[in-house]
Design a protein around this ligand. Sequence first.
Ligand code: SAH
Ligand code: MG
Length: 217
Amino acid sequence: MDQDAFTTVDAYLVEALLDRDEVLDQALSDSRAAGLPAINVAPNQGKLLQLLAQMVGATRILEIGTLGGYSTIWLARALPPDGQLVTLEYDPKHAEVARRNIERAGLADRVEVKVGRGVDLLPSLTGPFDFSFIDADKASNPAYFAGALKLSRPGSVIVVDNVVRAGAVLEAGGSADVQGIRRMNEMIAAEARVTATAVQTVGSKGWDGFCLIRVVG
Ligand code: SAH
Ligand code: MG
């Protein structure tokens, strides 16, 4: 693995194609200052999420795993002014940092940060959501996939982050996170209401990948 090259190419791509954005930069630096881990999506991945949400014309978006609200801001910016994003976060400190970042981004009117375990909060939500982004504890991915699917409609899109984990996904008896991803893949394959693929990625965040799911029925 040539991490330096991946990082340098990501920096080039971001510089070449993405607008400078002080609100997003500030969201990251405030997250760092508050001691949150640097496990947010990369800028070019955040932009990918935003483009996908725009492509499906999303007016209601679900996110599981808020952290400091970095991916939340990318996604919420895909919404029309009367759109809505609900994001679920277990750690109250992360949620507090996220709320400040979302407020500064001018998105507080359309973003709701709910604090609690994803599996506990999902049943309280009302669908349908046009787009869901699953990016919390990977061990719970089977429950998150099932919950997001329940809250979807035909045509909805679900994206699941970090499904490759530097190749660790190959280990059938691997960590709880890896087993959560593998079990979710089995559920997706057996589920007639969805069609899906997964793509490996390299970049500033190392070697990982995402799963892209389209709800068809
Ligand atoms: N989507 C964010 C990164 C999320 S990191 C971004 O790209 O910017 C994963 C987040 O999931 C962390 O903030 C962690 O606290 C949260 N999390 C962990 N377990 C959870 C659970 N059971 N329910 C909801 N959130 C959880
Ligand atoms: Mg992630």
